[in-house]
Design a protein around this ligand. Structure first.
Ligand code: ATR
Length: 276
């Protein structure tokens, strides 16, 4: 009988996932006895794989692309932030046998911005590029932290307008196309398009970033992403990628599962040092 508590991340592709490494570093640091594996699970195998995982004693699961919406459907009940984002990245077995779904992505982003990089969100003008699942997960936390305005710009303009409308009651938020960004200025620009992964950039007018403004790409890689490079070329005070967000969302999941907060800065520094 295996008495180690079992956790995993499901996704497709999953080969390059840093999550097993991150959670094992957290476990070592907090003296928790856990196993955490990465499993390649395409969407069509999700139902089978997740049912088997929990029936075989799995305690908690992370889900990444393209499974976050399926995980949302699977959860027996969800936290408020998961309900809002319509996506679940963390599932936790409850004492009564039910499965709780949460979304720690937004928390990961704002913690990385505010705590790790001292970027205040209060009173600032934020631009989010993209209107897919990645954007949806971060809107509420950004509004809740006191931003002045949030604009969502997307290639398919309709999606940006619809997404903004969903969060209307929570703050000043609008949706538009990239064309409409001319003559506008933002203090923080977040890239949540999947274009970044293939080295592409949405068409962005010059003068979009305010003096002293910051850029943040939700994606990350061993090399600076196309958007991180755009930020540098446009004189961003900081032009960051999503490594810190990845570690912070993992730390929040770890806390949900194990009840302890791991220290994140040493893990971020370690992973960062390994890519240079
Ligand atoms: P995710 O869940 O990762 O957000 P998604 O729902 O497929 O993935 O959304 C991807 C986002 O990246 C969308 O906003 C998409 O724009 P469209 O809604 O117009 O498809 C955006 N995107 C992908 N490739 C892009 C590109 N080359 N240029 C601009 N935006 C792009």
């Amino acid at each position: 009988m295996n008495d180690i508590d079992r956790y995993a991340v499901f996704g497709h592709p999953i080969k390059h996932s840093k999550s097993p490494r991150i959670h094992h570093l957290f476990a070592e640091q907090t003296a928790q006895n856990i196993e955490y594996t990465a499993q390649d699970v395409p969407a069509e195998q999700f139902q089978f794989a997740i049912t088997r995982f929990f029936s075989e004693g799995g305690k908690g699961l992370n889900c990444t692309l393209p499974l976050k919406e399926l995980a949302w459907d699977f959860a027996d009940h969800k936290t408020g932030r998961a309900e809002l984002s319509k996506a679940v990245n963390t599932l936790a077995l409850q004492p009564d046998g039910s499965i709780l779904g949460d979304n720690t992505d937004g928390h990961g982003l704002v913690t990385d911005l505010i705590t790790n990089h001292a970027i205040s969100l209060t009173g600032i003008r934020i631009l989010i590029l993209g209107a897919g699942g990645a954007s949806r997960g971060i809107i509420a936390p950004l509004l809740e932290h006191g931003s002045k305005t949030v604009v969502i710009a997307n290639r398919t303009v309709d999606k940006a307008i619809k997404l903004a409308a969903e969060f209307q009651g929570k703050g000043l938020i609008t949706g538009c196309g990239f064309e409409d960004l001319k003559n506008q200025e933002f203090d923080l620009i977040l890239n949540a398009t999947s274009a970044s992964l293939s080295g592409q950039l949405p068409p962005l007018p010059s003068g979009l970033l305010s003096e002293g403004g910051n850029c943040y790409d939700l994606a990350y890689g061993n090399e600076p992403t196309a958007f991180v490079r755009w930020g540098m070329a446009n004189h961003a005070q900081k032009s960051l990628d999503g490594l810190g967000m990845l570690v912070e969302q993992a730390a929040e999941a770890f806390f949900i599962w194990r009840g302890v907060h791991p220290k994140t800065s040493i893990v971020i520094e370690l992973l960062d040092s390994e890519r240079h």
